[in-house]
Design a protein around this ligand. Sequence first.
Ligand SMILES: [Ca+2]
Ligand SMILES: [Ca+2]
Length: 162
Amino acid sequence: MLHKMAAWMCVLLLLFVAITPEGCPLGWVQGPSSCFFFSQFGGTWADANAICKGFETKLAEPADEITFAFLAGHAASEHPLHSQFYLGGSDMFVEGVWEWSSTKTQVNPNHWEPGNPSDDNNNGDCLTLNAPLKELNDVQCTAIFAFICEAESGEPEQVVIG
Ligand SMILES: [Ca+2]
Ligand SMILES: [Ca+2]
């Protein structure tokens, strides 16, 4: 009986640290230089941030062209039920100054949807990717959208239990 339980514990542990051949956690997709999770459900920007952080990742920050194109293409083809996804960018600190959360670097201004950023009702301070258009939009941070988390690719960290 104990032997059987130990075997199951091993199986569970293996599942816990299992990674795909590309080095991403199960259920995540390999991007050009990191791993991404596309949520199937929506939340506010704060919800999205908290969920990504809860798994020791961050809201996606596609600061380079290759990653931006990858996210837009993958979202549009694989997750067509959602057109917009929250990203880790905001202008909540200085209106009109859009920066990525973790690096504080400026969001490339060439990707805005026509007519945006529009600061929706003086309150559009959170960033979404409009996947079908392959462009960015600013929305109210309390609006509900799906989101994309970003994780480092590579070997998982050692899991210490007990
Ligand atoms: Ca704004
Ligand atoms: Ca807008």
